[in-house]
Design a protein. Sequence first.
Length: 187
Amino acid sequence: MITAIREVRRAKGLTLDDVARRCSPPTTAQTIGRLETGTRTVSVAWLNRIAAALEVNAADLVQLPDRPDIPVAALLEADGAHAPRRPATLVPPRPDAGTIAITVDASIGEYRAGDAIWCERLAPAEFGRALNRDVLVPRPAGRFLFGRLIGREGDRLQLLPPGAGGRQQVVSDPAWIAVAVQLVRAL
């Protein structure tokens, strides 16, 4: 099995020792090195441990023929674009299970027509994680509200719409909300 453990580790700026210490239970840098180079067989259990240590999905560490990696041609820094010091690749974004999306048909606030907003659904106990972030909130009869979650008092959520001059809206006791986690925008 061909893995992208090294590429993902390097893209995150981690050493072999960093990954080894983040594994649960911890392991050695030598073991991680052997798994990266293929001198030791990567089992599903090891793949899951390393993925958790790198904070990615295990599927992001496996190079699949139908999902090509994207070669990094340049690094954009404050003083301009530079060639990478060593070859690197990026793994295309892949939504987590349960991700829902919003498509933007007309520009509003910081969102442009054609954007796609990927959202993670949250249960009421997790609503606090979404404070000061954009959220989608279901309403009765198949309607929704979208805006910045600016406050929560008990079961009441306070949202500001994304456009300028919008008035605060209050929603009581939604069954779930979805917090925006990724913006997909064509240039």
